[in-house]
Design a protein around this ligand. Structure first.
Ligand code: F0G
Length: 462
């Protein structure tokens, strides 16, 4: 009798039951599609995209168990069994008693901000996601980002770049006494590259909030990926189940908002979970106007059932090991091919640093856009620019622009969708693209709307 050593290769811990062909357009077809889309990748039809890395949101492959749950969906308008299963799953994972389904993350944000905020108040966070910020501002309050100082160096290998800056938090809570309505810790911190926050950071932030009488919330869209990083990187957590780490994280929160289109493998869905009964009642009476009855929140019974299953499935540690390793494998490959990336690699995406890749393209000629277009034109990858197109500021009167702090291209990995050979192919072609990077030109914007221009603006190559 003998035993082989453990395999180093981390495998996809699933086999494939349903397949969907991916489009294989030619270079000529991609060039044609780009011109027709005015070089804005949001305007591309998915039928001409080979590797769709625009987002990890709502793009997951559901499991056989989730599809089976879809068939169990109870479509009763009120008090459906699907809601009971959904509520139990959220309570079990988070320990939070009051569970309100919503049709996606931003609707949970909208309801919470309307219920909690008064004009002029402040909301503090590690970094607010764009829709969270928009909903805070929509309620007349101000969103303040207090990211970890470790985020300043995009190449530094800090284990918890997603932390909130605890000193800045304490200072702001003291200085703005009475003005801060809410603190939100986003796990993982999407806007700084899908970087995790530590359990110690969440506990200390929560403690600070408690001392100042301010509620502490989690935006937990990618909580399982965050908890996997805690297990790998935080002292004393290595032997603990991720489900327990997650419980510890939620235990210090007064509530949580979740876009279930990420770490619940949902194609749609979200929730708001609360400890405070009065706040839950306020939200439930608000939501009838926009989301629907509080036991379905804009979702079908079948969605609630699929989400309840997905929320449990995501805590499978074989899955999480594969998930984080597959993003890391992609990041390593791109680096070896010669594309500089933001490090350490996050849970859901690799961010390519276009400022370093295209130093000859000025920030206001949009190096991120130039690289994103080239990745599509030559490799068939659709990513998203996270630089001066998306985050630059513009004076609406004079049209004068200021660049964003960084010029990145996000390549987000849908969950359970692409395999290692897809990644190998993208990396191989990236290696062929790299020698041509100095030939890439900047872009000019020929038309743009007043707000959120990156979704619809039009470009012309310079
Ligand atoms: N919070 C975080 C951290 C997010 O990343 C998102 C969405 C939301 C809230 C809003 O959730 O889309 O369900 O309304 N992020 C997507 C992305 C869109 O591509 O990163 P939603």
């Amino acid at each position: 009798m003998f035993e082989l050593p453990q395999a180093h290769t981390i495998i996809e811990p699933f086999k494939i039951k349903v397949v969907e062909p991916i489009p294989m357009p030619t270079l000529k077809e991609r060039r044609h599609a780009l011109a027709a889309a005015h070089y804005n990748l949001f305007n591309l039809h998915s039928s001409v995209v080979t590797f769709d890395l625009l987002t990890d949101s709502g793009t997951a492959a559901m499991s056989a168990e989730q599809w089976a749950a879809v068939m169990r969906g109870d479509e009763s308008y009120a008090g459906s069994r699907s809601y009971e299963r959904f509520e139990a799953a959220v309570q079990d994972v988070t320990g939070l008693p009051f569970v309100i389904p919503t049709h996606q993350g931003r609707s949970a944000e909208f309801l919470l901000m309307r219920a909690m905020l008064r004009p002029g108040q402040l909301v503090l966070g590690n970094t607010h996601f764009d829709t969270t910020r928009a909903n805070v501002e929509g309620a007349g309050a101000v969103a303040v980002d207090l990211p970890s100082p470790a985020t300043k160096d995009t190449a530094a290998l800090h284990p918890f770049k997603g932390d909130i800056d605890l000193e800045a938090l304490e200072r702001t809570l003291t200085k703005e006494k009475g003005k801060v309505a809410l603190v939100i810790l986003t796990v993982t911190n999407n806007s700084v590259g899908g970087q995790p926050a530590s359990l110690a950071n969440a506990r200390a932030a929560s403690e600070s909030c408690r001392r100042h009488g301010v509620p502490f919330f989690l935006d937990c869209a990618r909580f399982a990926e965050n908890c996997w990083f805690i297990k790998q990187r935080e002292a004393g957590q290595r032997e603990r189940p991720v489900a327990l780490i997650a419980r510890d994280l939620f235990q210090v929160a007064d509530g949580a908002l979740m876009s279930m289109k990420k770490d619940a493998f949902g194609n749609i869905g979200g929730f708001l979970a609360l400890r405070n009964r009065g706040l839950a009642e306020a939200v439930r009476s608000l939501m009838v106007v926009t989301e629907g009855f509080p036991t379905y929140g804009g979702l079908a019974g079948r969605d609630l059932d699929a989400l309840a299953v997905g929320l449990k499935e995501v805590l499978d540690e074989h899955y999480l090991a594969y998930r984080v390793r597959s993003v890391e494998y992609f990041g390593q490959g791109l680096e070896q091919a010669g594309l500089p990336t933001v490090k350490p690699w996050g849970g859901h995406a690799v961010y390519v640093d276009a400022a370093r890749a295209l130093p000859h393209v000025k920030p206001l000629q949009y190096p991120g856009q130039s690289l994103a277009v080239a990745l599509y034109e030559h490799i068939g990858i659709r990513g998203v620019e996270v630089g001066s197109v998306m985050l630059g500021t513009r004076n609406p009167k004079t049209g004068e622009e200021s660049p964003a702090p960084g010029e990145l291209v996000r390549l987000a990995m849908p969950r359970r969708v692409y395999t290692q050979s897809h990644v190998d192919c993208m990396v191989e072609l990236a290696g062929h693209l790299v020698p041509h990077l100095p030939e890439l030109k900047g872009y000019e914007i020929t038309w743009q709307p007043d707000v959120l221009r990156h979704f619809t603006c039009r470009f012309k190559p310079l």
